[in-house]
Design a protein. Structure first.
Ligand SMILES: Nc1ncnc2c1ncn2[C@@H]1O[C@H](COP(=O)(O)OP(=O)(O)OP(=O)(O)O)[C@@H](O)[C@H]1O
Ligand SMILES: [Mg+2]
Lengths: 413, 230
C-alpha cells in the first residue's frame, strides 16, 4: 500500500504538462467561483449598507397598521412625534441618532411635466445623525433645507430638467383626502450610492410637510441609528419594553424587514453560487477523468507488468487515486492563491457596475462599484472540494485502468 | 522433483465468430531447476503457453499443477497471489516504471511480498543489481540506462523475490546480439546459483543453445522435446 502511495506521488511528475494543465483547469474554474462568491457577497453587504445608510437606518419605529401598508405610503396610522417618544428613544442605550420622517406620495410638477415621486419630510439635523445623505451633495447642503427648500437627486433633476433654485410644485392629498400643493425651491442636489434617493425622493423640511398634509405633529415613522457596539436585538428589546410600559402602540422594526427585496436577492445569490459551483465541479471532474484515462492508456504495458508481478487491482487503483489527489491538492492550492489575488483586487479596487447598466432596476441599491468581501470559509471550502472532486472522480477511471487484462495489456499494446 | 505439470492444455481464442486454436493439447512436466527454451514458428503458441503457465491467462481446457496445486481453475485474485509469490516474469520490453530508479523498480517486486525488513530488502536489492552487472547504477532511472541495462533491471526484478519459476517471453528480442548474450548468460548464472526454474521462448538459435531442454512447438502442439546431452 505504501508503495502504491509512493508511486502515485512519483507519477505526479510524470506527464508534467498534462498534470499542470489539469491543475490549471481546476485552479481557474475554482477561482471563478471564489471571485463570483466574493463579488456577490460584496454586493449583498453593500446593498444592506446602502439600505441602512440611506433608506431605513438600523431600526424603524412605526404603528403596526402603517407598517403593513407602508409601501402605499398612507397618511394614516401615523406616529405622534412628541417629547414623550423622543424622551423614550433618547434614553435607550445604544441609540445614537433619531430621525422622524413623514413620507407621502406626490406628483412633482416643474411647470411642464409631471412625475410621481415620494415626498420625504425630514428634520435636516436629525436626519443627518442617522443617514449619510449629507455627504453626497453636489450642490447645496443639508443645511440649505429650510423654509420651503427641497433637495432632489441627480437622476430626478435630469429627468425633470431641474437645477438649483428652480421652483417646483408638489401636488399632494392631505390627511382628509383633499388636494393641496406645496411650493418648493430646489435648494440642493444629491448624488448618493443609493438609486432610490437619486431618482424618486424629494426631501423637504418636516414642518412644511406636516402642515401641508395637515397631520399636526405626526410622522410616518422614526428611523434610528444604533451603535455598532451594541447588538441590534437588545436595543429593539429595550425599546419594545419601554413602549409597553408607557402603553404606546408603536412597534419596533429592524432594517432587515425593509430590505426584503435585497434579502430575496441574497437567496437568489445562493442559488447562483450553487449553479456556478456545479459547473466548476463538473469542469474539475471532466479534467480529472480525462487525465486519468489518458494516463491509463499510456501506461497500459506498465499496468500489465504490475499485474503480472501480482499487484492487486485495488493497489493499482490506489496509485491512480493518489496521483489524482495530488492534482486536487495542487489545484486547490493554486485556486486559493489565484483566488487570493483576484479577491484582493476586488476588495481594494472594486468592480465597476456602472458599465453594466442600471442595477437599481433589479432592486440592487448600488450605483458605482461593488467591492468584494473576504470569505475565508469559501477558500477552505474550495480547497476541500478540489481535493474531494479529484479523489471521487478518479475512482471510476482508476478502476477502469486497473481492470485491464494483463495479457492484453502486455502484448496487444 | 516436479514443479509444474500440464495436462492436455487447450486454448482457443475467439476472433469474431471464428475459433482460433492456439494450443491444442499440450502435456508437459517440468522439474525444479530446469532451464528450458520454447521455440517454434511465429503463431505456434509460445506466448500463449507461457501465459498459461504464468497464471496470466486460464486455459480453455486441461489442467495445470504448480507445486502440486491445481491452478487452472483459480479466481483472478488467487492467480494474482500465486504470481506475486511464485513466479517471476521477464518480458520482451522491460516495462519498467520510468519514474522509479533501478533500485526502486527492483524493490517494488519485493515490497509486494512484504516479508522482509527494510535493511534486508536494501541489502538484497543491492546484491541482485550487482549480480546483473549494475553496481553503481542503482539510482538511475530507466531513461538513463541502455536497453540492455534496462533488461537486466527487469531480470533483477523477476529474480529478487527468488521465485520458483521464471518465465521469459523473448527476453532478448529487443537487444543487440552482445546484450542478448549478456542477458542469457546472466539467466544461466542465476539458474546455476539459485536453482530457480527458467522457461524462456526465443527465435534466436544462438540464445537457444544456452538451454538444457528444448521444446519445439508447432501449431499449438509439442512437436519435439529434447534434453541437451551432457
Ligand atoms: N487474444 C487473441 N485473440 C485471438 N487470437 C489470438 C490471441 N492471442 C493469440 N492468438 C492466436 O493464437 C495463436 C498463437 O499465438 P501466440 O502469440 O501464442 O504465438 P507465438 O508463438 O508467441 O508467436 P510469436 O513468435 O509471433 O510471438 C496465433 O495464431 C495467434 O494469432
Ligand atoms: Mg509470442
Amino acid at each position: 500500500m505504501f508503495f502504491s502511495i509512493y508511486l502515485g506521488l512519483k507519477n505526479l511528475l510524470r506527464q508534467k504538462r498534462r498534470n499542470i494543465i489539469t491543475i490549471l483547469v481546476i485552479a481557474f474554474s475554482f477561482l471563478g467561483y471564489l471571485f463570483a462568491e466574493s463579488l456577490m457577497n460584496g454586493m449583498e453587504e453593500m446593498s444592506f449598507e446602502s439600505i441602512q445608510n440611506f433608506e431605513t437606518g438600523n431600526i424603524q419605529i412605526a404603528e403596526p397598521d402603517y407598517w403593513e401598508e407602508r409601501d402605499e405610503l398612507p397618511i394614516k396610522g401615523l406616529v405622534a412625534w412628541n417629547e414623550e417618544l423622543e424622551g423614550i428613544i433618547g434614553q435607550t442605550d445604544g441609540v445614537i441618532g433619531v430621525s422622524p420622517e413623514l413620507k407621502f406620495p406626490a406628483n412633482l410638477n416643474n411647470g411642464i411635466d409631471e412625475m410621481s415621486i415620494i415626498g420625504l419630510g425630514i428634520n435636516p439635523k436629525k436626519y443627518n445623525e442617522v443617514f449619510q445623505t449629507g455627504e453626497y451633495f453636489i450642490e447645496g447642503s443639508l443645511g440649505t433645507l429650510n423654509d420651503n427648500k427641497a433637495v432632489i437627486g441627480t437622476v430626478l433633476a435630469e429627468l425633470m430638467d431641474l437645477k438649483k433654485d428652480d421652483h417646483i410644485i408638489l401636488l399632494i392629498r392631505t390627511k382628509e383626502d383633499t388636494f393641496n400643493t406645496i411650493d418648493l425651491e430646489v435648494g440642493g442636489i444629491i448624488r448618493t450610492p443609493n438609486p432610490m434617493l437619486n431618482s424618486r425622493i424629494v426631501l423637504m423640511p418636516l414642518d412644511i410637510a406636516q402642515r401641508s398634509l395637515n397631520v399636526g405633529d405626526m410622522v410616518s415613522m422614526v428611523s434610528l441609528k444604533t451603535s455598532p457596539a451594541m447588538p441590534e436585538k437588545s436595543i429593539i428589546k429595550s425599546l419594545e419594553d419601554s413602549f409597553r410600559v408607557k402603553k404606546l402602540s408603536s412597534q419596533v422594526y429592524s432594517w432587515r424587514e425593509s430590505a426584503a427585496d435585497v434579502i430575496t436577492l441574497s437567496t437568489a445569490k445562493k442559488g447562483g453560487a450553487g449553479a456556478i459551483l456545479s459547473v466548476v465541479l463538473l469542469i474539475g471532474i471532466v479534467g480529472i477523468v480525462n487525465n486519468i484515462i489518458l494516463s491509463g492508456i499510456e501506461r497500459t504495458a506498465e499496468i500489465g507488468m504490475m499485474k503480472a508481478l501480482g499487484m492487486r487491482e485495488w493497489e493499482i487503483v490506489l496509485v491512480f487515486m493518489v496521483e489524482a489527489a495530488g492534482i486536487g491538492v495542487l489545484g486547490g492550492l493554486a485556486s486559493c492563491l489565484l483566488g487570493y489575488l483576484s479577491v484582493l483586487w476586488l476588495v481594494s479596487s472594486g468592480f465597476n457596475v456602472a458599465n453594466f447598466g442600471d442595477w437599481s432596476q433589479y432592486g440592487i441599491p448600488i450605483v458605482d462599484r461593488i467591492y468584494g468581501v473576504w470569505n475565508c470559509q469559501a477558500f477552505l471550502y474550495i480547497f476541500v472540494s478540489s481535493v474531494a472532486v479529484a479523489v471521487l472522480s478518479s475512482i471510476w477511471p482508476s478502476y477502469w485502468a486497473a481492470r485491464k487484462d494483463p495479457v492484453e495489456a502486455i502484448y496487444r499494446h | 522433483m516436479t514443479l509444474l505439470e500440464l495436462k492436455q492444455i487447450k486454448k482457443t481464442y475467439l476472433q469474431g465468430k471464428m475459433e482460433v486454436p492456439a494450443l491444442r493439447g499440450v502435456d508437459l512436466i517440468v522439474d525444479k531447476g530446469e532451464f528450458i527454451t520454447i521455440f517454434g514458428p511465429s503463431g505456434s503458441g509460445k506466448t500463449t503457453l507461457l501465459n498459461m503457465i504464468g497464471c496470466l491467462d486460464t486455459p480453455t481446457d486441461g489442467e495445470i499443477y504448480l507445486n502440486g496445486n491445481r491452478i487452472s481453475a483459480l479466481s483472478k485474485k488467487e492467480l494474482a497471489l500465486i504470481r506475486r509469490n511464485n513466479i517471476g516474469f521477464i518480458f520482451q520490453s522491460h516495462n519498467l516504471i520510468p519514474v522509479l530508479t533501478a533500485y526502486e523498480n527492483v524493490e517494488f517486486a519485493l515490497l509486494l511480498i512484504g516479508r522482509l525488513s527494510e535493511g534486508e530488502t536494501r541489502e538484497r536489492v543491492f546484491k541482485m543489481l550487482a549480480k546483473v552487472g549494475l553496481k553503481g547504477k542503482e539510482n538511475r532511472k530507466p531513461g538513463e540506462l541502455s536497453g540492455g541495462e534496462n533488461q537486466r533491471v527487469a531480470i533483477a526484478r523477476a529474480l529478487i523475490k527468488e521465485p520458483k519459476l521464471i518465465l521469459a517471453d523473448e527476453p532478448t528480442a529487443n537487444l543487440d546480439s552482445e546484450n542478448a548474450l549478456d542477458v542469457i548468460k546472466i539467466m544461466t548464472m542465476m539458474n546455476m546459483e539459485l536453482g530457480n526454474t527458467f522457461i524462456f521462448s526465443t527465435h534466436d538459435p544462438q540464445i537457444r543453445e544456452y538451454a538444457r531442454r528444448y521444446i519445439n512447438l508447432r501449431d499449438g502442439l509439442i512437436f519435439s522435446d529434447k534434453k541437451k546431452e551432457q
